[in-house]
Design a protein around this ligand. Structure first.
Ligand code: IMP
Ligand code: MG
Length: 178
């Protein structure tokens, strides 16, 4: 895919499907090795992580469960800084290993809140697996346990990520052309 126009903006491919596939498979291998025997609960953060979670979970070969939470913090291409929780956490996490599956860790505000919620609910080990990580924009002192691809501080769409709701279905990752 070359250039794509979504609403009023133009994006171009920065990570093709083949590169995404390799990166996801490395994360799955690491999780399979690290969490063997720990019966983890995967927690997919909707909406953005749906595609990463689906691809990742097909490669996870250890006994595990998956559940979903839903947050929203973006309007257009900017984080509002306020994270709204739209679907909450209902599982019993007491003593459990939890792996949060995120599309992207940007400012880190969403993940910080969710990690805290999991710990407050008694999780014994809380890990974060993210498709993308923008270390330059991260406002908290935090490093995800599993990162498929580290990216510069640009706005991106595709592979679950959206611009005003559009572009989530694109199978590759595109960067905003400035
Ligand atoms: P946070 O700033 O780390 O709390 O990220 C919150 C959410 O913002 C992420 O889970 C994404 O859904 C969204 N987000 C962050 N950066 C981008 C981007 O470059 N494109 C699209 N959505 C993004
Ligand atoms: Mg998200």
């Amino acid at each position: 895919m070359a250039r794509v126009t979504i609403l009023d903006k133009t994006f171009e491919t920065s990570y093709p499907e083949s590169q995404i596939k390799d990166a996801v498979s490395k994360v799955a291998q690491a999780i399979n090795n690290d969490l063997k025997g720990s019966d983890p609960l995967f927690l997919c953060v909707l909406n953005g992580a749906f595609m990463f979670a689906a691809d990742l979970m097909k490669l996870v070969n250890i006994p595990s469960k998956i559940s979903f939470v839903k947050f929203a913090s973006y309007e257009g291409t900017q984080s509002t800084g306020v994270v709204k929780q739209l679907i909450g956490l209902n599982e019993d996490l007491t003593g459990r290993t939890v792996v949060i599956i995120e599309d992207i860790v940007d400012t880190g505000i969403t993940i910080e809140g969710l990690v805290k919620q999991c710990k407050d609910k008694g999780a014994a080990d809380v890990r974060v697996a993210t498709m993308l990580f923008k270390p330059q924009n991260c406002k908290i002192n935090f490093k995800p346990d599993y990162v498929a691809i580290e990216i510069p501080n640009d706005f991106i769409v595709g592979y679950g990520l959206d611009y005003d709701g559009y572009g989530r279905n694109i199978p590759e990752i595109l960067t905003l052309v400035k």
